[in-house]
Design a protein around this ligand. Structure first.
Ligand SMILES: Cc1ncc(COP(=O)(O)O)c(C=O)c1O
Length: 405
């Protein structure tokens, strides 16, 4: 069989693969706990459900415009005005099947083979693969000061004549870091000065805790012309707990958005009209469910941080946003894939290996599950890793016996 170079080299999404492993173990009745999850557990907003149901009941479920229905665009424009204080026109907006597709078509619209795309580590697992799918070259920049906050000097050092774009994701998956306004200002100004595309992946922009605020890139932009290379990505997956609805979007200059729409038109056509209706319902509806999700996550975060702090040998830079913490487990094992496999095999707890996010020795531990899962999951991890643990642990009826040191 002959596969294309892209077909041969496209790597599996490890997060999606591990989710699958988890689902299989759960279906077999294994007492597994998912501490690696990437989606909130709350229900979709009621306004999303009524909007999709009423459209479905009409029986007229047809193709949607390739770049999103006009109502979808209006809802996104309203959201953008409310959250970013900026008015754009419908031609500046494209709705896609998830923020993932919005990102992918944006990259396809701007990258040529051999172009380079810079993003700080730790990074979302899909960035390197998406860039490679465009034949371009991912350039991950690990902050040299050991924090999760990128510094301009680290980024500048990696800019070459091939650099085409920078992707910034704050609040960040997997670290939960919210990049300071000073950095956001510098990066927006730097990208403008150098003529680089700046893609802001803002999918977690409202999931922040303890009064932290997320800097608004438009506050620092000076170019709002058709030459602007600032692209904002967002969607309903995370803040509205609507991961399965697959609606995301991009805001950018009109020529770029038109090119993205052309690409999307040949890939998937417009996102499903039903799912757009649901997303419109969520964005335009009562916002109390998003605030209640945020409060739940804030509480979960506190519990997870307590658990981690009570654990000798773990290092944590506390997350300020998202629903992830990126914990340094290198005192226990420097190989995060081996450690993650070990924890799943021995104590049935799923975590995500840090190496997939560009930093070895870390595990991504999520706090989007229930408090019970967070506490029990962390207790099991502690039991597995602490040599002073008792020899036995009961999970329900099942007795686990330590046969390792
Ligand atoms: C940083 C980041 N960007 C984009 C996405 C994709 O979101 P969506 O579900 O809307 O495709 C995710 C999902 O995990 C993410 O973590």
């Amino acid at each position: 069989m002959s596969l294309s170079l892209i077909g041969q080299n496209a790597a599996v999404s490890v997060t999606l693969k591990l989710n699958q492993v988890f689902a299989t173990l759960k279906a077999k009745g294994e007492p597994v706990i998912h501490l690696g999850g990437g989606e909130p557990k709350s229900l979709a907003p009621i306004d999303a459900i009524t909007a999709i149901t009423s459209h479905l009941n009409s029986g007229e479920v047809r193709y949607a415009p390739v770049d999103g229905s006009i109502d979808m665009k209006k809802a996104i424009l309203r959201y953008t005005r409310e959250h970013y204080g900026r008015m754009f026109e419908p031609e500046n907006v494209i709705a896609s099947s998830g923020a993932k597709q919005a990102l992918m078509v944006a990259l396809q619209a701007i990258l040529n083979p051999q172009d380079e795309v810079i993003f700080p580590a730790p990074y979302w697992v899909s960035y390197p693969e998406m860039v490679k799918l465009c034949g371009a070259i991912p350039v991950a920049v690990v902050p040299e000061d050991g924090t999760f906050t990128p510094r301009m000097q680290d980024i500048e050092q990696n800019v070459t004549s091939y650099t085409k774009a920078i992707i910034i994701n704050s609040p960040n998956n997997p670290s939960g870091a919210v990049y300071p306004a000073s950095f956001m200002k510098e990066i927006v100004q730097f990208a403008e000065k150098k003529g680089l595309y700046l893609i802001m992946d803002d999918i977690y922009n409202t999931l922040v805790y303890n009064g932290v605020s997320v800097a608004n890139p438009y506050d620092y932009a000076t170019d709002f012309s058709e030459n602007s290379k600032l692209i904002i990505i967002n969607g309903v997956s995370k803040a509205y707990a609507m991961t399965g609805f697959r609606i995301g979007w991009a805001i950018g200059n009109k020529r770029l958005i038109a090119a993205m729409a052309n690409i999307q038109g040949h890939q998937t056509s417009g996102p499903s009209i039903l799912l757009q209706k649901a997303a419109i319902g969520a964005i335009n509806g009562v916002q109390s469910s998003t605030e209640s999700l945020r409060t739940t996550l804030e509480n979960n975060r506190k519990v997870l941080i307590q658990q981690i702090k009570a654990f000798d040998g773990l290092n944590l830079i506390e997350p300020e946003g998202t629903f992830y913490s990126f914990v340094d487990f290198s005192a226990y094992d420097k190989d995060s894939t081996r450690l993650s496999n070990f924890l799943l095999e021995k104590v049935k707890v799923l975590t995500m290996p840090g190496v997939e996010f560009g930093m070895e020795g870390y595990l991504r531990i999520s706090f989007c599950g229930s408090i019970k899962e967070i506490i029990e999951g962390m207790d099991r991890i502690k039991w597995a890793l602490d040599p002073k643990s008792p020899n036995e642990l009961f999970i329900g009826e099942r007795k686990l016996v330590r046969d390792w040191n």
